[in-house]
Ligand binder design. Structure first.
Ligand SMILES: [Ca+2]
Ligand SMILES: [Ca+2]
Ligand SMILES: [Ca+2]
Length: 551
């Protein structure tokens, strides 16, 4: 009996032990849920978007072959992705086949998807005849020919202008150009060095930029592309190049890459996307006079994992929010195995996880949209990153939320300032979901943001005023509020009194509104009765006692 009891205690589990075990298992395998509030205020407007893009720089033939046999690839890389900008390499004068390949991709992609696609052209190297080493390749700080005293700036500018004419003749009119990809980096492959200003061994970025600007301006006038500068390899030297420019009014926007990302840690921006927050913040505030574009970045060993997807989402958030970037371009749109947003062969393709991080931004915004204020509050929101973008007509609003925590779901209570919701859809990426539509957005219940996920809420609605000035701007002025201060009171009555019995209001701007619709040129009792019907009404959004005469 005693033995049996011992056996039972050692080998079997009592009821309460089972309960405890289940509880521990439950706690270990389920996610804790935190709560918080999210507010999107569309009355606080930040940068205008130039768009989201990627490069088609080295993968010409593969994409041509794939497009010929599987034109659905254009839906993947242009249509579904909502790609706004395609970045190309300028190979005019030495690699016409590359330009032909790009033409094939761009014209077929546009035809298949019906999407507009902006073209950005960067030069890796001018032809060898314009180079100090006679080759398009770099090494030894190869630069423009003609040094140390007669660098061939004008020939280089001619080459750029001729290049753009050639690309345009093949249906690739450049929206943006960057005179030199990474002028601060001497590569063994195609490259060309430019220093801030010319030295005895390296041509000057400042002089070359002015020569190219002048040539394009004289040949193309207002049709010349928007010139970006300086497209340095990282943020580190971008400011130096910008400061050295002769005339900043010739620059449309500031471009840079995100290599050399070493702030606050060893890892690069790809695996530690918060590394560059300080540099991004400083650059954004120093150069907020023009659009900023991050025009190339990747870590080609950080592409195929779900962690890579989450890290890219955070890096893009940081560039857009901390730096105020107006454009973000991933490096290769398509490339070989395990690289690029999409890995391709001549006959097939694989969408890499990072594609979906990019899509959460690119597919739900377009050029001309504006970033608006998005703020988080509450203990549970420390894991979250959130940004929001509104369409130029203010009828679409996209909110992107990233939950960086691997162990906390967050229930987010949403409020919107200046925007009345009509409808919305929730798209989600998680370990098991690739930017899938998970349902309609319901602002009456908290939105669950699962652990380690990305959500885009794509909303439709209308702008509503948040203060009296916006009431006037949006056209919601009460007819009897003649002074436009959102209150119908004695000041408005004074205007009526001033014009009382005037009969020539058609010459006097409708007597400052005292001749009410339908106007008849006179201010009389018909007008007064309209006025009286609104007496003491108000529509000041900041006064809770007033009416809201908007949707
Ligand atoms: Ca887009
Ligand atoms: Ca008034
Ligand atoms: Ca009248």
């Amino acid at each position: 009996m005693a033995k049996k009891k011992d056996t039972k205690n050692c080998g079997n589990i009592t009821g309460w032990q089972l309960l405890l075990l289940l509880l521990i298992t439950f706690l270990m395998t389920t996610t804790a849920t935190a709560a918080g509030e999210g507010e999107v205020d569309v009355s606080l407007v930040y940068q205008e978007l130039e768009g989201f893009g990627a490069s088609n720089v080295w993968s010409g033939y593969g994409l041509v072959n794939l497009g010929n046999s599987h034109p659905e690839i254009y839906d993947v890389i242009f249509g579904d992705l909502g790609l706004d900008i395609l970045r190309l390499r300028n190979t005019y004068g030495y690699a016409q086949y590359y330009i032909d390949n790009c033409e094939h991709t761009v014209t077929n992609g546009r035809a298949r998807t019906g999407r507009p696609l902006k073209i950005m052209i960067s030069s890796w190297s001018p032809p060898g005849s314009l180079k100090s080493n006679g080759s398009v390749n770099g090494g030894g700080d190869a630069t423009l020919a003609g040094g140390p005293s007669a660098y061939v700036y004008n020939d280089y500018a001619d080459w750029w202008a001729d290049s753009l004419a050639q690309y345009a003749s093949q249906d690739m009119v450049a929206d943006y150009i960057s005179m030199q990809n990474e002028p601060d980096y001497d590569a063994s492959w195609e490259s060309c060095r430019f220093e801030l200003s010319q030295t005895t061994s390296i041509a000057g970025y400042d002089a070359a930029f002015e020569a190219v600007y002048s040539e394009l301006c004289s040949r193309m006038g207002p049709d010349m592309p928007k010139m970006l500068a300086p497209e340095t390899a990282g943020l580190n030297r971008a400011g130096q190049y910008i400061s050295a420019l002769d005339d900043s009014s010739h620059v449309y926007g500031y471009a840079h890459h995100l290599y050399n990302c070493s702030d606050g840690g060893e890892a690069g921006c790809a695996t530690n996307p918060d590394n560059y927050i300080t540099s991004m913040t400083n650059f954004g505030s120093a150069y907020d006079d023009k659009p900023i574009l991050q025009t190339e970045y990747s870590d080609d060993s950080h592409v195929t994992s779900y962690e890579a997807c989450m890290d890219l989402a955070v890096l893009m958030h940081n560039a857009l929010v901390y730096e105020g970037a107006s454009g973000y371009l991933y490096w290769q749109l398509t490339y070989g195995a395990d690289e690029g947003l999409v890995s391709i062969t001549n006959t097939s393709w694989t969408i890499n996880p990072i594609y979906y991080a990019f899509k959460h931004y690119s597919a739900f915004t377009d050029p001309g949209w504006y970033r608006v204020d998005a703020s988080l509050d509450g203990l549970g929101t420390s894991f979250l990153r959130m940004s929001a973008y509104i369409s130029p007509d203010s009828n679409q609003l996209s909110v992107i939320i990233i939950n960086t925590s691997a162990s906390y779901d967050v229930d987010l209570d949403f409020s919107f300032v200046g925007f009345n919701l009509e409808s919305g859809d929730v798209y989600r990426t998680s370990v098991s979901e690739n930017c899938v539509l998970v349902g309609a957005f319901d602002d009456s219940v908290p939105l669950n943001v699962p652990e380690y996920s990305i959500i885009t809420i794509a909303l439709t609605g209308v702008l509503v005023p948040t203060d009296c000035q916006e009431v006037q701007e949006l056209g919601y002025t009460l007819p009897a509020d003649l002074t436009g201060n959102c209150y119908v009171d004695y000041a408005d009555l004074e205007t009526i009194a001033y014009y009382w019995l005037y009969t020539n209001c058609d010459e006097l701007d409708d007597c400052d509104g005292a001749d009410f619709e339908p106007t008849d040129g006179a201010v009389d009792f018909f007008d007064f009765s309209t006025f009286a019907s609104q007496w003491m009404q108000c529509n000041d959004p900041e006064d809770s006692g007033c009416i809201s005469n908007w949707p």
